[in-house]
Ligand binder design. Structure first.
Ligand code: NDP
Length: 329
C-alpha cells in the first residue's frame, strides 16, 4: 500500500468550509476491522447534501463523503473478509459520520460490508449503489404487501433520478406495467427505453386533487414526497401500497386518513441506511439476479473522478441529474 492516497475531503473549521481533493495517510482513517481499496463509489442525493457548507447530514468534520463503497479488501482482522476479497458497503454512517467512499482507501467495521454478489461487477454494484438498493427494497416491500405483475400500473415518481430510473428498469424487468412521472420534458424517451409504458409530468402528480380521487395505481415508488406523496395516497387503488423513500419535493405530508380507512391503502416507509443485515444480504443477491436492471451500465450510468464530485453534487441537489453517477477511483 502507498503511504498516502487521494481523498475528497470536507473541512469545516476556523478557516471556514472547504471541499477538495487532498492526500490522506492511513493514520487519518477511522478505526475499523477492514481497510478497503475503494475502486468505485457513487453520487446520491444524500452525498449532495453532505457537500453543502451547512450540511444537514454530516455530523463531524473533517469528513470524507460517499455513502457507497465498492472495492477489494487491503487489510483485515475480520475472518469473513480476507485480503483481496471484493466487497460492497452502503449506508450506516458512511460519508456522514464515518469516512466514506470518496477516497482510495476506506476503513470500516466488517459488519457494514457485504461480499460482492454473484453476477455484479464492482462497477455495476456502484451503478446501483444506495439508490438502486433503495429501489429494490421498495419493490420488495410492495411485493410483500401483495403487489404482483398484472395488478395494474405502478407509478414511479422522480423517475429520471437515481432511485427512480433504477426502479423503472427493475419493475419493467419483472413484468410490471410501469408509469413514470418526471419534471424533465426532454427525457421521456429515456424513460420509455427503461420500460415506462406511460409518462406523466411532474405537475400532474404534485398535489392531491382531493382526499380520495380516481383509483389509478396498483402501487407506487416515491422518492419525491411532499404534495406528490399526498397525490399518490389519494389515487392508489383499493388495497394498494405506496413506498416512500425520499423528499426531493419536500418533507411535508399533506393527506387525510381517508385513503387508509376507505381504501385500505398502505404507506410503506423505506430506509436503506439501517436496513437489517439479513434483509440487506438477501437483497444484494436479488440485485445480481432478478432485480438487476437491464440498462444499468449503458443507459443509466455516468462516470466521474474525485475532481468531478462538486459539480455533480450541485446538479443532484438541483434535480438536474439523469440516472446514476459513479465515482471511479
Ligand atoms: P436524484 O436527484 O438522483 O433523483 C431525485 C429526482 O427527484 C430528480 O431526478 C427529479 O426527477 C425529482 N425531483 C428533484 N427535485 C424535485 C422537486 N423539487 N419536486 C419534485 N421532484 C423533484 O436523487 P436520488 O434518487 O439519489 O434520491 C431521491 C430521494 O430519495 C432523495 O430525497 C434521497 O434523500 C432519498 N433516498 C432515500 C433513501 C432511503 O434509504 N430512505 C436512499 C436513497 C435515496 P424528475 O426530474 O424525473 O422529476
Amino acid at each position: 500500500m502507498t503511504e498516502t492516497f487521494d481523498a475528497f475531503v470536507l473541512r469545516n473549521d476556523d478557516a471556514g468550509f472547504r471541499a477538495g481533493v487532498e492526500q490522506l495517510g492511513f493514520d487519518d482513517l477511522p478505526a475499523g476491522d477492514v481497510t478497503v481499496r475503494v475502486r468505485y463509489s457513487s453520487v446520491n442525493y444524500k452525498d449532495g447534501l453532505a457537500c453543502l457548507p451547512e450540511s444537514p447530514v454530516v455530523t463531524a468534520y473533517p469528513m470524507v463523503p460517499g455513502i457507497d463503497i465498492a472495492g477489494t479488501v487491503a487489510e483485515s482482522s475480520d475472518p469473513r473478509f480476507e485480503v483481496g476479497k471484493e466487497v460492497v458497503a452502503i449506508g450506516r454512517g458512511l460519508g456522514t459520520a464515518h469516512f466514506g467512499g470518496y477516497a482510495e482507501y476506506a476503513r470500516l467495521p466488517g459488519d457494514w460490508l457485504e461480499p460482492l454478489p454473484p453476477n455484479l461487477s464492482l462497477r455495476e454494484a456502484m451503478a446501483l449503489g444506495t439508490a438502486g438498493f433503495t429501489a429494490a427494497l421498495a419493490i420488495q416491500r410492495l411485493e410483500e404487501n401483495g403487489l404482483e405483475p398484472g395488478d395494474g400500473p405502478v407509478l414511479v415518481t422522480g423517475a429520471t433520478g437515481g432511485v427512480g430510473s433504477t426502479a423503472v428498469n427493475m419493475l419493467s424487468g419483472l413484468g410490471y406495467e410501469v408509469a413514470a412521472s418526471t419534471g424533465k420534458v426532454d427525457e421521456h424517451e429515456f424513460l420509455r427505453e427503461l420500460g415506462a409504458a406511460q409518462i406523466l409530468g411532474r405537475e400532474d402528480v404534485s398535489a392531491p386533487g382531493g382526499p380520495i380521487d380516481a383509483e389509478l395505481w396498483a402501487g407506487a415508488i416515491d422518492p419525491v414526497g411532499g404534495g406528490t406523496l399526498g397525490y399518490l395516497l389519494s389515487t392508489t387503488r383499493y388495497g394498494g401500497s405506496v413506498a416512500n423513500c425520499g423528499l426531493t419535493g419536500g418533507s411535508e405530508l399533506s393527506t387525510t386518513v381517508l385513503p387508509f380507512i376507505l381504501r385500505g391503502v398502505n404507506l410503506l416507509g423505506i430506509d436503506s441506511v439501517m436496513c437489517p443485515a439479513d434483509v440487506r444480504a438477501a437483497l444484494w443477491l436479488r440485485l445480481g439476479s432478478d432485480l438487476k436492471p437491464k440498462y444499468l451500465t449503458e443507459g443509466i450510468t455516468h462516470e466521474v473522478g474525485l475532481d468531478g464530485i462538486p459539480a455533480v453534487a450541485g446538479q443532484i441537489l438541483a434535480g438536474a441529474i439523469k440516472g446514476r453517477t459513479i465515482v471511479h477511483l
